[in-house]
Design a protein around this ligand. Structure first.
Ligand code: WTA
Length: 574
């Protein structure tokens, strides 16, 4: 059988002549690309096999798949080693009785073990829920509870945030650390790995079988589990090629954590499906360590986010001059609006156009992008990639003409599209309420050349430093604080982070406003939920604006904050 990827490459080359956007669009069909994927003899697939084993079993066996460094570690792993380590981990899980379809969470810092664990879990057909290391107990509990997770892979330092005793489904805790006392349901990662075989019988999956659960925020309710399937690989492979422009000679760095969909779709799958070398840098952000990472590994393709670029811009042009960034040939951004000013700065100091890309946790893969051969319009997210239809529609699903602002919608389906919201079919249906369209929740307009321009969210979802925060989740935590009677949370515009979280709070009887109380309330959210969800600003109010049905009107809070008219007040309580 021929190499399926070679076939796809040919199909893409034939149909998406990147020099001609219009021709590529006209001739493109996902079916054509899909048909090239004949997979194994059984017609079944597995993402981890395609990303790692296929290369390990071919000429790329000894090629470095992963470079990892942080302040204490400095390592590299070939595709062959990634295959063996993920096989071992698959066996560790099987031995514990974990099987296809089980939900497994990974809650640990970005180290090579995280990647072995994630790939190994996929190899046995488990559904992986990656969690940010910054999550505190409530955030962890909500997600494990909702999905009835059976296992978690974490570190001794993070274990106190996992309320094991309160989660009846959670049977297995695998600890990545030293001096672990094994006990019933508790495993020493390194010891288990050492004892496990390097040979694994991969679980072959149907294309529509579950792969990932990425919890993300909406404007109402708790975070929802966005469910992705193995079929998404078609999309990751394709966009890895035409948007990231990756090939086997690239050394690629995606700065996102796998707790975020960018860190899986484009931090794991797209680069490895394309046989590129992947760089992971652990530890905290600093301009120096980031630039050094590019210089040291001679990174060729770099995918990051506007907040990071703004912070680098803030660190000054001098910081760049001391570093050799000549290896860079392609730079991309995702997650929040990319300011034209940042694009211009990138051209000046990196000699690179920063290519904006738009997509969401729910979409699983990039949809609207500036890709290498296109002319960039600084401030625009780009155009729908060949194979994707996007439009601006009104609330009835009518397509609007250029320059009219409305709902950014995508014609369904596409390969990486979420297949459900865990435990919540009603929530899922909401996205598809306009027949034939996925409604993103973003507002935008399209110009007369087909470029899309982001305008904002239509709902109350906050985007702070590229992280999606649901105001409801923060409000729920705030009202658990003994001093807080009611809370309303909004995103306040911020020059570096895009938005910061601001909470309006009315206090309970017996509590007086003070700076100490503000600090205490903020700390309460930080320690209960997560640092990025904690309000940076708090304002006390005697009363919060509410609808007659008792819903806090965040729209009015936002208008107060921005000194804007409050709009339609007909539903306000008094
Ligand atoms: C926002 C997954 C402007 C948008 C990648 C979207 C963007 C939300 C861009 C998804 C962009 C993402 N320009 N806004 N290029 N990319 N967004 O699921 O509001 O965490 O709906 O991101 O981020 O957030 P998520």
């Amino acid at each position: 059988m021929s190499n399926p990827n070679e076939e796809i490459m040919k199909a893409i080359a034939a149909h998406s002549n990147l020099g001609s956007y219009d021709a590529a669009r006209e001739n493109f069909s996902w079916q054509e690309i899909e048909r090239q994927f004949t997979w194994s003899d059984t017609g079944r697939i597995n993402m981890a096999f395609e990303a790692i084993d296929r290369h390990a079993d071919s000429g790329l066996k000894d090629k470095v798949a992963l470079y990892y460094s942080d302040d204490n570690r400095d390592e590299s792993y070939t595709f062959g080693e990634m295959k063996r380590n993920s096989n071992r981990f698959g066996n560790v899980l099987r031995k514990a009785g974990i099987a296809k379809g089980d939900r497994i969470f990974i809650f640990m810092p970005r180290t090579p073990e995280l990647y072995f664990a994630l790939l190994g879990s996929l190899k046995i057909g488990a559904i992986v829920g990656p969690l940010f290391e910054a999550f505190m107990e409530t955030a962890v509990r909500d997600r494990l509870e909702d999905s009835s997770a059976v296992a978690i892979i974490t570190t001794p330092a993070l274990l106190s945030r996992v309320p094991v005793g309160e989660l009846p489904s959670l049977k297995h805790v695998i600890l990545v650390g030293h001096d672990i006392e094994p006990a019933e349901g508790r495993y020493d990662f390194y010891k288990e790995m050492e004892e496990a075989s390097e040979e694994l019988q991969i679980e072959w999956m149907d294309r529509e079988d579950g792969m990932l659960l990425h919890y993300t925020s909406g404007s109402t309710g708790k975070p929802k589990g966005v469910y992705h399937v193995h079929n998404a690989m078609i999309h990751h492979y394709y966009t890895g090629k035409i948007v990231l422009d990756l090939n086997e000679n690239d050394v690629y760095w995606c700065t996102a954590d796998p707790g975020w969909v960018t860190g899986t779709s484009y931090g794991i799958f797209a680069p490895w499906l394309n046989g590129a070398t992947n760089v992971v840098r652990g530890g905290r952000f600093s301009p120096q360590s980031w630039y050094k990472t590019i210089e040291r590994y001679r990174i060729t393709v770099w995918y990051s986010a506007p907040t990071a670029f703004r912070m680098l811009m803030g660190a000054g042009d001098e910081a760049v001059k001391e570093i050799d960034l000549s290896s860079l040939r392609h730079v991309l951004s995702v997650g929040e609006p990319l300011n034209p000013e940042v694009v211009r700065w990138g051209m000046k100091v990196y000699g690179q156009r920063i290519h904006d890309t738009w997509w969401m946790t729910e979409t699983g893969g990039q949809l609207i992008c500036n890709y290498p051969s296109m002319d960039i319009k600084p401030g625009s997210m780009g155009k729908p990639i060949p194979g994707v239809d996007a439009a601006i529609v009104d609330d009835n699903g009518k397509v609007l003409p250029p320059f009219r602002m409305g709902n950014l919608a995508i014609r369904t389906p596409w390969p990486a599209m979420m297949r459900k919201v865990w435990n919540n079919p009603a929530k899922y249906e909401e996205y598809f309420r306009l027949t034939g369209w996925y409604v993103s929740g973003d507002s935008a307009y399209m110009d007369d050349e087909g470029y899309f321009w982001f305008q904002g969210r239509v709902d109350d979802v906050i985007n702070t430093a590229g992280e999606r925060v649901g105001p409801f989740e923060v409000e729920s935590k705030l009202v658990e604080h003994p001093a807080v009677a009611e809370a309303g949370v909004i995103g306040k515009p911020d020059p570096v982070r895009g938005e910061v979280i601001k909470a309006f709070i009315s206090l309970r009887e017996g509590y007086a406003p003070s700076e100490e109380l503000k600090a205490d309330i903020s700390k309460f959210v930080k320690e209960g939920l997560s640092a990025h969800a904690a309000p940076r600003e708090i304002e006390f109010k005697d009363k919060l604006p509410k609808t007659r049905s008792g819903k806090i009107m965040r729209r009015v809070l936002k208008a107060w904050e921005l000194n804007l008219p409050s709009g339609d007040m007909s539903t306000i309580e008094d």
